[in-house]
Write a protein that binds this ligand. Structure first.
Ligand code: KIV
Ligand code: ZN
Length: 514
């Protein structure tokens, strides 16, 4: 039987550390739910001590997401470990993940500690964590640049202190596959009590080797791989979950290893993460890029039509990619729409289904047919459960090459009142967002990022929808929003308002908590 590899997902922790990838509470819950449905073994929900918001989201995930271990990261300090434990203690299966650097560089310049002090602290903090939680993971930060003999000693010490998983991170993405595989083999043969713990690896992608290093380590005996959806993470990111899983799945005879992930849920999970972070994968990204299964050249198309295996080593269906053949239109009923949503991997509450169905009907009135991609875009642009402090009621723009763009925007506020303002700007989008800022008093809000994609356009561009993603910033914090419409300005306005609503909700929640 194939050896089982545990998949430890850190999208909500290391992934969220990617610049501009911060997520709000509802988005994090949505992503965690997708990951649980995907079948990962462990979700690292966050870094509980980092901020009250982080604590709250780790706790919410621990309390609500079932069938999976929920971990919180903590430095090897009592106060961090206490925060981690308080956030995860209600989980079905909680794990404290604590870490301390072991490389000479980190010990001398960052920690300002001797190796002996680091050893003592690691052992003491694992014991401390183990008194609180039955499942403790210890990470030797910057392991790949640590002295092997010192590393073996620390690993032996923390296992004796109660760590049931020891994680070997390639923190700066410096390792190469053969060398990293050898490191794992050496740990296995030089640490006397290594059979009492699971060896985990956590590889960053600075040299583009995160996935290769993780797989080499697994071949050498690591039983847990830490990774992120879409390869998000610090700097160049972490090893991409979808690439690791599809390697194990597509080349199972070669690897002789398997994991519990349901590959057909990969597409929906990837989309959820893109929506929550506002960061889309590059089109040629392996597995989840828009072009990963597209065949452009005539020779390839001919081959695929004759026999898919000529140019396809895995099928789009195996990752749950919508096939885009079935179309819905204005005569389609609620049942057909609901079935389609389920097929595309979107599970929604009754209330949200009603709202989405209304949106679908409105879209079907504007477009002849509504495709799977339209529905995906609609989901990604719809409110994800955050209460709407402001809603777009109507807008009118006047712009052109020889006039200053002007926009009149009317919003409905929470109490139902309608407020309208007019503004000028550098083009219709700028003018419209300026008008919104006048209504909401948003002079301190900065538009940090804005992207627009056209989904499901026909050759003539007719029937296209604009899907916008924005990131706004205020006082050093950021919020994301998405919006979809057949009108480009409307899609940006919706995206901007969804980010503003996320910000308003989060700040209000923080004020209520005091
Ligand atoms: O990259 C790293 O070393 C980490 C650890 C905290 C596991 O993210
Ligand atoms: Zn990391």
């Amino acid at each position: 039987m194939a050896r089982q590899i545990k998949i430890f997902d850190t999208t909500l922790r290391d992934g969220e550390q990617s610049p501009g990838c911060s997520m709000n509470l509802q988005d994090k819950l949505d992503v965690a739910e997708s990951l649980a449905r995907l079948g990962v073994d462990i979700i690292e929900a966050g870094f509980a001590i980092a901020s009250p918001g982080d604590f709250q989201s780790v706790q919410a995930i621990a309390r609500n997401i079932k069938g999976v271990t929920v971990a919180s990261l903590s430095r090897a300090l009592e106060k961090d470990i206490d925060a981690a434990w308080n956030a995860i203690r209600d989980a079905e299966s909680p794990r404290i993940h604590t870490f301390l650097a072991t490389s000479p560089l980190h010990m001398e310049f960052k920690l300002k500690k001797t190796p002996e002090q680091v050893y003592e602290q690691a052992v003491a903090m694992v014991k401390y964590a183990r008194n609180l939680c039955g499942d403790v993971e210890f990470s030797l930060e910057d392991a790949s640049r640590s002295d092997p003999a010192f590393m073996y000693r620390v690993i032996e010490g923390v296992i004796n202190a109660g760590a049931s998983t020891v994680n070997i991170p390639d923190t700066v993405g410096y390792a190469v596959p053969e060398e990293f595989g050898a490191l794992i083999r050496n740990i296995r043969s030089n640490v006397p009590n290594i059979d009492k713990a699971v060896i985990s690896v956590h590889c960053h992608n600075d040299l583009g080797l995160g996935v290769a290093n993780s797989l080499a380590a697994a071949m050498a005996g690591a039983d847990q791989i830490e990774c992120t959806m879409n390869g998000l993470g610090e700097r160049a990111g972490n090893a991409a979950l979808e690439e690791i899983v599809m390697n194990l799945f597509t080349r199972k005879e070669y690897y002789g290893m398997a994991c519990r992930v349901d590959t057909t849920q990969i597409w929906q999970a990837s989309k959820r993460v893109s929506k929550a972070t506002g960061v889309r994968s590059q089109p040629n990204k392996a597995i989840v890029g828009e072009n990963a299964f597209a065949h452009e050249s005539g020779i390839h198309q001919h081959g695929v039509l004759a026999n898919r295996a000529t140019y396809e080593i895995m099928t789009p269906e195996s990752i749950g990619l919508p096939h885009n053949k079935m179309v819905l239109g204005k005569h389609s009923g609620r049942h057909a729409f609901e079935e389609r949503l389920a097929y595309l991997g979107h599970r929604v509450t009754e209330e949200r289904l009603n709202a989405l169905f209304d949106e679908f009907k409105a879209l079907a009135d504007k477009k002849k047919t509504v495709s799977d991609r339209d529905i995906d875009a609609m989901i990604s642009g719809s409110s994800s459960g955050v209460p709407e402090a402001y809603k777009l009621d109507r807008f009118v723009v006047n712009s052109g090459s020889s006039i200053t763009a002007t926009s009149v925007v009317r919003l409905v506020t929470r109490d139902g009142s309608k407020v309208e303002r007019v503004s000028i700007g550098d083009g219709p989008v700028d003018a419209s967002l300026n008008a919104v800022d006048k209504i909401i008093g948003g002079s301190e809000i900065k538009l940090e990022d804005f992207s627009l994609q056209i989904v499901d356009a026909t050759d003539t561009g007719a029937d296209a929808q604009g899907e916008s993603h924005v990131r706004i910033g205020r006082d050093g914090r950021t919020w994301n929003g998405s919006g979809v419409s057949t009108d480009i300005v409307e899609s940006v306005l919706k995206a901007y308002l969804s980010a503003v609503n996320a910000m308003t909700y989060e700040l209000e929640q923080e004020r209520t908590r005091g």
